[in-house]
Design a binder for this molecule. Structure first.
Ligand code: ZN
Ligand code: ZN
Length: 368
């Protein structure tokens, strides 16, 4: 029933937003609304959700069995290879024969491929194309208790991997080798997919989205480990800890202490009514006061759910107040180009009484 309720909520929200239909390709939006975890491919898969009436999932014929097994609350219309699927979209909007049911504004899934955007423009020339995100983000922004429980399970799974880091992280091994061990452990801990394994040693740690490389980890080097994936139910994990392989430089210990304080201050700032940008400022003020302001070169966090990055963004300029059920990362960092860097990242959820950390493993510097 949850997907039927979400489809109905989306219909109410799109009516308020003045949209006549949503057109949603494979994405977290599609999974949220229907439960269908579809891969984006060149064959058209598209949820057609009019503001009133039944939802239709347009699917390639060969994927219909998979779609029927997963998607709830929709009718199905399939297309064979070599046939034009776009008349099915028009028909699903109530426009069989060409009279397009009066729909004048359609909301396209924000991550739709350009080739489909243009094909839909040609198929529905009378419809103004807008983004569906404004409508759907509002629904996905506040997690239900069941969604928070799913994110809590994801947090526990990634915590279990961080707890084992000492097994893999040592001088003389490459970042790639450590990342490969982490990926195996993530699956063992319950992840269905491994989405990223950042292992950034020494100077690579100053590049926030480094990834991994064949660089050999040296003694005394800080290592930023930022890892995340998807649980079988689709909910994402994302957690960063910074380690040291042997005793780090004194300067590193000094700014790690600053970062630690900043991260705790930002987590402590989370409660209903506080703005997203105030949480960012809580971390940034601590780091700036210690003289490292320019070295914290990204926002403090991002929302998380069925997407690894989604609303709300914890960034200067986001004046939206936090509400219970909003889940997001708190991940300040300090990056000294050419030397090393550090980041601490927890997923937290705003609760009626304040905040719950969904990553509960210790944030103290771990020397392995
Ligand atoms: Zn991360
Ligand atoms: Zn993150």
């Amino acid at each position: 029933m949850v997907h039927e309720q979400r489809l109905a909520a989306a219909q109410r929200a799109m009516s308020e937003a003045g949209l006549d239909a949503l057109l949603i390709p494979p994405s977290a939006d599609l999974r949220y609304l229907t439960g269908y975890d579809a891969h984006a491919l060149e064959r058209l898969t598209l949820l057609v959700l009019p503001a009133q009436g039944a939802a239709t999932l347009v699917v390639p014929r060969l994927e219909r069995p998979a779609a029927e097994a997963q998607a709830a609350g929709v009718a199905f219309a399939d297309h064979a290879d070599g046939s034009d699927p776009y008349p099915l979209v028009r028909a699903a909007l109530g426009g069989a024969g060409g009279a397009f049911g009066g729909a004048r504004a359609v909301g396209l899934g924000n991550r739709m491929w350009a080739e489909q955007v243009l094909a839909l423009r040609a198929a529905l020339p009378e419809a103004e194309q807008r983004l569906a995100g404004a409508v759907l983000a509002g629904l996905r922004l506040r997690k239900s208790p069941e969604e928070v429980a799913a994110l809590r399970r994801a947090g526990q799974a990634i915590d279990a991997v961080h707890a084992r880091m000492g097994e893999w992280l040592r001088a003389g091994r490459t970042e790639d080798e450590v990342a490969a061990d982490i990926a195996v452990a993530m699956r063992e801990a319950g992840h269905a997919t491994v989405d990223f394994t950042i292992v950034a040693a020494g100077p690579n740690g100053a590049s926030p989205h480094h990834g991994t490389s064949d660089r050999v980890i040296g003694r005394g080097e800080p290592v930023v480990v930022d890892i995340g994936g998807r649980m079988p139910d689709g909910y994402c994990s994302d957690s960063t800890r910074t380690y040291c392989v042997g005793e780090p430089p004194a300067e590193f210990r000094e700014y790690y202490a600053v970062l630690h304080e900043a991260q705790r201050a930002a987590v402590a700032a989370v409660r209903p009514g506080v703005t997203a940008e105030a949480v960012d400022a809580a971390a940034r003020d601590v780091i700036a006061a210690a003289g490292y302001g320019p070295a914290f070169l990204h926002r403090t966090g991002h929302g998380i759910g069925l997407d690894g990055h989604e609303d709300p963004y914890i960034v200067a300029g986001n004046t939206a107040p936090l509400e219970p059920g909003m889940a997001f990362s708190v991940e300040p960092g300090i990056y000294l180009a050419g030397r090393h860097g550090a980041r601490i990242e927890d997923i937290v959820v705003c609760t009626a009484g304040g905040v719950e950390r969904l990553n509960i493993i210790d944030t103290d510097l771990v020397v392995v």
